[in-house]
Each structure stands twice: as structure tokens, then as C-alpha cells.
Design a binder for this molecule. Structure first.
Ligand code: BDR
Ligand code: CA
Length: 315
């Protein structure tokens, strides 16, 4: 079965790995890339997305989206994780043959959803401002899309920016609250699963061997990313968070999901926390009124890794 997706992204090294994985997957039809600030400023995210498309030989729309959080001032970026260029400082030449679509990311999402009602899964692998804005532009959006798959949050495990918050949700918590509360089917791939699958240097070598162009790019860019993730660890590894929601579309049997009522905290101390109350664990009206989402709680790391390496080797 083929899945039409719009990939909302802030490239970013694991974003690049996820984008190429989506392009390589025969089951995934990427209608466009919508970009958002997050790992890098939005201008850089948009240019990086064009560069990845050109490298992969993909001529699909790429849009620039929101550059600021829903509430509050411009955020700090994650250059210490992804490098000054978002690609691990590898000095990769920017796209020369690709231009941005003139529409905003949110407008593109709305236009595509109207054009393909009920068919598109929004896959968000950065902060959620574009999706929140699309909901404001088209309040019927939840009826027009098939579902929303998010890399973000930490349901039953600690955060990676604060003790309780994961980066994508923390970066735009007010937008995340809007997205989690909307009347659509949200599936969340948070640190509960993404931090359980460390990827070794051998994995990066295999990606490069299997796919010189895209795998080679990920291999080279990820060396900086590995340096970040290997601090205070015995093994040199990194975590490809962003590919998981796409892997789930390709093969749902890789994951175990739980349902639960979801809340995103916006108070200063807990900002960006995703709290999940499984059904029948509370009688509190505040919690019972919160929408239920699907939360990935387990992943088969061996089969997931095999899926990535096999997919990168497809021509
Ligand atoms: C998320 O934050 C970003 O650094 C990654 O690209 C990923 O989307 C992980 O917390
Ligand atoms: Ca990302």
C-alpha cells in the first residue's frame, strides 16, 4: 500500500536520513517537504531541504514555513548537535537547480489536503508551528487528512532538552498543544522509542556502501552528530529519531503502540512536557477531556535497522 505524505522538517542530520529513507521507500509518496525552524533557522532549513532534493534527484515542492515559536521569542538552535550548516559542517554545496515553492508551509499543507481529501498523512519531524498554523488556516483540516505522525515528545521517559521535554515539542510547546488537541489521529514517536535504537559507525558505513550518494551524505554528515551523541558513552553511536514515523507507515508491525489521553505542558517549568494518561488510569475530568493519541512504546530494533539498510540499497 502506498502512503501519500507531506514531510514537515528542520534539516538537520537525522531529518536528512529520514528524508532519503522516505524518497527511497517504494511504499511512500512524498508530495512535498515543508520546512520549519528548529535544528537551524527556517531559511537554512528550507535551503537544506532543497539541497537534499537536488542530491536525491527529486523535483517536489519545498516550502518555507514558520521561523518563530507560536508564543515567545526566537528560539536557540541546535547547531551543537547538527553543525553550523545543519549537515555536520561537511561543506556540502547548496542546491543550484531548485527553487522554493512560493507558498508558506502551512498553505501548502492546506492546499494538498484539499486536493487529496482523506489521503495524506502529515509526518512532522520538527517543531509543530506549521501544522498549528495550517489548522488555523483551515479548521476542517482534521477531516481532510488521513492522520498525523509526529517525531516528538517523551511519554514515559525523560526529555532531552529539559528533564521532562523533548526538543521538537519544547521548541514550540504552544503549537504542539494545538496539534495534540485537534480532532485527528495523532501517532507519536517520541524518545520512548527513538532512544532505544543506537546506530553504530558500522551502520553508517553500510548506508554509504549501499547508496553512495544519499547514504554517503548521511555517513559524512553524521560524523559530527556521532560526536555529540557519544559524549559520556562507551560506544560511538547516534540516534536517527526522525525516520521512525516513516518506518511505521512502511511496516507498522515494527512498533508497539499504546493509547492515552495527551497533554502538552506550557507552564514555564514543564514547558514542552508530553504527559500521557492511558485510558482507565484516571477519573479526572481534565484528563478524560484530553484527546487520545497513539504512543509508540516499543520498536523491534533489529528489523528496523534492516529496513533502513535494505531501503537505502534500492535503486
Ligand atoms: C528531534 O530534535 C532534533 O534535533 C532532531 O532532528 C529530532 O527531530 C529529537 O529530539
Ligand atoms: Ca528534526
Amino acid at each position: 500500500m502506498s502512503h501519500k505524505i507531506i514531510l514537515d522538517t528542520d534539516p538537520g542530520i537525522d531529518d536528512a536520513m529520514a528524508i532519503f529513507f522516505a524518497f527511497q521507500s517504494p511504499e511512500i509518496d512524498v508530495l512535498g517537504l515543508t520546512t520549519v525552524y528548529g535544528n537551524v533557522p527556517v531559511e537554512m532549513a528550507a535551503q537544506n531541504a532543497l539541497t537534499l532534493c537536488e542530491l536525491a534527484g527529486q523535483d517536489i515542492p519545498v516550502c518555507k514555513g514558520v521561523g518563530m515559536p507560536w508564543v515567545g521569542k526566537e528560539s536557540g538552535y541546535a547547531h551543537f548537535v547538527h553543525g553550523d550548516d545543519g549537515f555536520g559542517n561537511i561543506n556540502f554545496p547548496p542546491a543550484t537547480n531548485r527553487k522554493l515553492d512560493p507558498r508558506s508551509s502551512a498553505q501548502f499543507i492546506v492546499d494538498m489536503a484539499r486536493q487529496h481529501p482523506g489521503e495524506i498523512t502529515l509526518v512532522a519531524i520538527g517543531p509543530l508551528g506549521n501544522l498549528a498554523l495550517a489548522l488555523r488556516l483551515e479548521p476542517e483540516l482534521p477531516k481532510l487528512v488521513k492522520g498525523v505522525s509526529i517525531m516528538g515528545g517523551a511519554a514515559f521517559v525523560p526529555g532531552n532538552v529539559t528533564p521532562v521535554a523533548e526538543a521538537n515539542i519544547w521548541n514550540d510547546a504552544f503549537a504542539a498543544e494545538i496539534v495534540f488537541a485537534a480532532d485527528w489521529e495523532v501517532t507519536m514517536f517520541g524518545l520512548d522509542v527513538t532512544m532505544t535504537v543506537p546506530f553504530s559507525l558500522e551502520f553508517l558505513d553500510t548506508l554509504k556502501r549501499n547508496n553512495q550518494k544519499c547514504g554517503g551524505f548521511v555517513h559524512d554528515a553524521a560524523q559530527f552528530y556521532v560526536d555529540f551523541y557519544s559524549q559520556n558513552r562507551e560506544q560511538r553511536v547516534c540516534f536517527f529519531h526522525d525516520a521512525m514515523p516513516i518506518a511505521h507507515l512502511v511496516d507498522p508491525s515494527l512498533f508497539e503502540l499504546k493509547r492515552g489521553h495527551a497533554r502538552v505542558s506550557t507552564d514555564p517549568l514543564n514547558i514542552g512536557q508530553t504527559s500521557i494518561a492511558p485510558p482507565n488510569t484516571t477519573t479526572s475530568a481534565d484528563w478524560l477531556n484530553a484527546r487520545q493519541v497513539n504512543v509508540a512504546v516499543k520498536v523491534d530494533s533489529k528489523r528496523l535497522t534492516q529496513l533502513y539498510t535494505d531501503t537505502y540499497s534500492l535503486s
